[in-house]
Ligand binder design. Structure first.
Ligand code: PLP
Length: 417
């Protein structure tokens, strides 16, 4: 089978960089430490197939299919019309920083002062500022595998060592605190995680957060808690490690508007951190992008008010999609999927198909017209998995299930053996 052209999809690290760097061009070596995102490689191939006239259901990107609620769009129009398009405060508009502190109090019961908020163009930018401000070359940084691929990539780019800790199915994708404890060395300076987790959908248990906090205190570590999916929760109340005793001094929360408010392209995120760290990050802002756009910040204040109840409505729709899609995936021979506790991804174990995740990904895309991502894009721990995004309407998800059933003939024989 491996000679079949279907399997010709190149691995993400080869696909991502479209431009070849001429041999004589001197590029700083840190760039060679970075990797791309697998989702974008699959997306490019899916788009190519669409250009050839194929029908593709896009379940590869983590981009909501919703758009921002009408009051947010009205607010950005009004802000531009009112001339709110100037350079502005490097750490973000004071009114937005206040509004973010109030929002975190309302939705996450966190005590955060406006001075502890820094606004950036996107969560990724807030994350990279925090990492630039805190990580020294030679440090070790613990991160989840599978997890958001930017954590190890940017860690390496800063000359530090990225040390994975596993999120395993037999542990319901919760972190193993014994493993984390074992992997802490005198060089460890930070633990980064994301809960609800992309790609597994796991919400870290309070007990796990308490143990991470204990270890951080004992070994004097920073904790970066990426809470970008905190509002997309299918049960219970979100618990942030920031609220645990002593943790507000050593935690950075990363969050933003891309997922909760469906504002991906607006590029707006923020970091919550102790004031000395906010000061350091502010200097980095001044030396790089100067400020996030003023008019998007004005509209973000409106987003946080959420007068239309858009966030709850969106989460309700994700819940329906989750129920439909996870049940359907579990009926496909060779597939096994736990319901995500949060975020909008289905993380499917495909080991019983007898094929590699890359092979299943290629069959689904090239024959079935369904774009999902082989889990290795999220680290070696994702080797036997595929990630599908729930950011598509229910009728499309139903269609994707039907198509997947149809092409599952490729591996059914292996499943029945
Ligand atoms: C875990 C995680 N963190 C950060 C981001 C990036 O967010 P933003 O679009 O705000 O930069 C994503 C986007 O997929 C994500 O999944």
């Amino acid at each position: 089978m491996s000679g079949n052209r279907l399997w010709a999809l190149r691995p993400p690290e080869q696909c991502y960089h479209r431009f070849r760097i001429p041999p004589m061009t001197r590029i700083a070596s840190r760039v060679s430490q970075l990797n791309g995102e697998g989702a974008l490689a699959v997306y490019s191939r899916a788009k190519e197939l669409e250009r050839l006239g194929r029908s593709i259901i896009h379940l590869e990107l983590g981009e909501p299919d919703f758009h921002p609620a009408a009051p947010i769009v009205d607010a950005v129009r009004a802000a531009v019309a009112a001339g709110r398009d100037r350079y502005c405060a490097t750490r973000g508009l004071p009114a937005l920083r206040e509004a973010i502190a109030g929002y975190l109090k309302r939705t996450r019961r966190l005590d955060v002062a406006a001075e502890q908020v820094l606004v950036a163009p996107g969560c990724k930018m807030a994350l990279s500022l925090a990492m630039m401000a805190l990580i020294e070359p030679g440090d070790e940084v613990l991160y989840p595998d599978p997890g958001f691929p930017i954590y190890p990539s940017f860690t390496r780019g800063l000359g530090a060592k990225a040390v994975p800790f596993l999120l395993q199915e037999e542990n319901r994708f919760q972190p193993d605190l014994e493993e984390i404890s074992r992997k802490i060395t005198p060089r460890t300076s930070m633990i980064i995680y994301n809960s609800p987790n992309n790609p597994t959908g796991t919400v870290f248990a309070l007990r796990a957060l308490e143990r991470i906090a204990e270890l951080a205190g004992k070994h004097d570590l920073w904790v970066v808690s990426d809470e970008i999916y905190a509002r997309i929760l299918f049960g219970g109340e979100y618990k942030s490690i920031w609220a645990l005793p002593g943790m507000a001094e050593r935690t950075v929360i990363i969050d933003g508007f891309s997922k909760s408010f469906a504002m991906t392209g607006w590029r707006l995120g923020y970091a919550i951190a102790p004031v000395p760290l906010i000061d350091a990050m502010d200097l980095l802002v001044l030396n790089t992008f100067t400020c996030a756009a003023e008019f998007t910040q004005v509209a973000a204040i409106e987003a946080l008010r959420d007068t239309a109840g858009a966030v709850d409505a969106m989460v309700e729709e994700y819940r329906k999609r989750r129920e439909l899609f996870v049940a359907g995936l579990n009926r496909i021979p060779g597939f096994r999927c736990q319901a995500p506790q949060g975020a909008f991804y289905a993380w499917v174990n495909i080991q019983d198909t007898g094929l590699s995740a890359e092979e299943v990904q290629a069959i689904l895309l090239e024959e079935g017209g369904v774009a999902g991502i082989a889990g290795a894009a999220f680290g070696p721990g994702g080797k036997n998995y595929l990630r599908f995004s729930l950011a598509s309407a229910r009728n499309l998800l139903e269609d994707a299930l039907e198509r997947t059933q149809r092409v599952s003939m490729h591996w059914r024989a292996a499943v029945s053996r």
